[in-house]
Design a protein around this ligand. Structure first.
Ligand code: C2O
Length: 347
């Protein structure tokens, strides 16, 4: 098999962009002694499913649960794997070269961006984040709502994130992009953007291009990436934009890499990372269902057998495979079905 598997016991210093504003160490704590269990927490066939809804469709009481969970995570001791910054480190370690590949390719670093690992890695990452958060607030059915920037109602930063007294607030963001400013899904740092009244139409046409017109797995999901390959073979359409562009749009325009959201080593320190990624995860599912069913990489055993490691809500370090992430119902969650305004927004 040539499936990717990070050498989880050998996390090392990461590579940071020039002018990085924080410590270069992103390795999450390891259990000692090192004990790893294989993921087996599949939802029972008739279990209640967690339903991830758009933020603009949930009430304040629901958002208060998310706020509470994030506040608890921020208050946990620094080396508790459920601590908010420990969770952010997991993302940094997988993105900025913390993990080598297994021998004989230990000179190659793992990177979960710009390849076919992008969607499944982030699915698992958010899965464990959601389980941890649900367990900390005593509500195992809690689902992280999504920031549906691809719908007209969702094209602003959700207001709860703009409240300075909320645990969802984050200092390192572009102050000009708070509501009611409309997001530019094809944002370029420093470039002149279009007028606010034209932006919604541009965004819908752009979604059509990145989703509907990106009709092959290579174009949508990113390039094939196996054990022994160089990282970052090719980026997928939506990963490039709106994924990267919304990251950049949220971060501070005057920092070298638009920290925190605008660069991988700090992105997951901003609570808005998580609803941004639930939307990305939702779009993966929608893409797969277009044209009566589009073909992703599920016929490739190396993709299915690729592995990642995460802490679960019981503090176990768990090994997961991509093949076990393809059916979200087996992971216990679904997305609320909503209207998709860009589906026929032919540019
Ligand atoms: Cu791993 Cu939104 O990035």
């Amino acid at each position: 098999s040539r499936a990717i598997s990070p050498d989880v016991a050998n996390c090392g210093p990461v590579e940071l962009p020039p002018g990085a504003i924080t410590e270069p160490f992103c390795c999450p704590v390891l259990p000692s002694p090192l004990k790893i269990i294989d993921f087996n927490d599949f939802a029972k066939p008739n279990a209640t499913l967690r339903v991830r809804k758009p933020i603009h469709m949930v009430d304040d009481e629901y958002m208060a649960k998310l706020e509470k969970g994030i506040a608890i995570m921020k208050s946990l001791p620094p080396h508790d794997p459920r601590n908010f910054i420990e969770q952010a480190k997991v993302h940094c370690a997988y993105c900025n070269g913390g993990y080598p590949q297994k021998p004989p390719f230990q000179n190659l670093k793992i990177d979960i961006h710009r390849s076919w690992l992008f969607y499944p890695f982030h699915r698992w990452y958010i899965y464990f984040f959601e389980k941890i958060l649900g367990s900390l607030i005593g509500d195992p059915d809690f689902a992280v709502p999504y920031w549906s920037w691809d719908s007209i109602e969702g094209m602003q930063m959700p207001k709860h994130f703009a409240n300075p007294n909320s645990s969802l607030f984050h200092d390192l963001r572009d102050p000009n992009h708070y509501p009611p400013y409309i997001v530019d899904l094809n944002f370029v740092v420093g470039a002149e953007s279009t007028t606010q009244d034209k932006q919604i139409g541009y965004n819908l046409a752009f979604m059509y291009k990145q989703m509907v017109l990106a009709n092959t797995k290579e174009v949508f999901m990113g390039g094939v990436y196996r054990h022994g390959d160089q990282a970052q073979p090719a980026i997928g359409s939506v990963e490039q934009a709106p994924h990267n562009t919304v990251h950049k749009w949220v971060g501070r325009a005057d920092l070298p890499s638009q920290e925190d959201m605008g660069t991988f080593y700090t992105a997951a320190r901003d609570p808005i990372f998580y609803p941004h990624h639930t939307n990305i995860d939702r779009l993966w599912g929608i893409w797969t269902s277009l044209d009566g069913g589009r073909q992703d990489y599920r016929d490739d055993q190396d993709w299915l057998d690729s592995e990642f490691y995460f802490y679960d809500e019981n503090l176990n370090l768990v090994r997961v495979r991509i093949g076990d992430s393809l059916d979200t119902k087996r992971l216990g969650y679904v997305y609320e079905e909503t209207e998709i305004p860009w589906l026929h927004a032919v540019p």
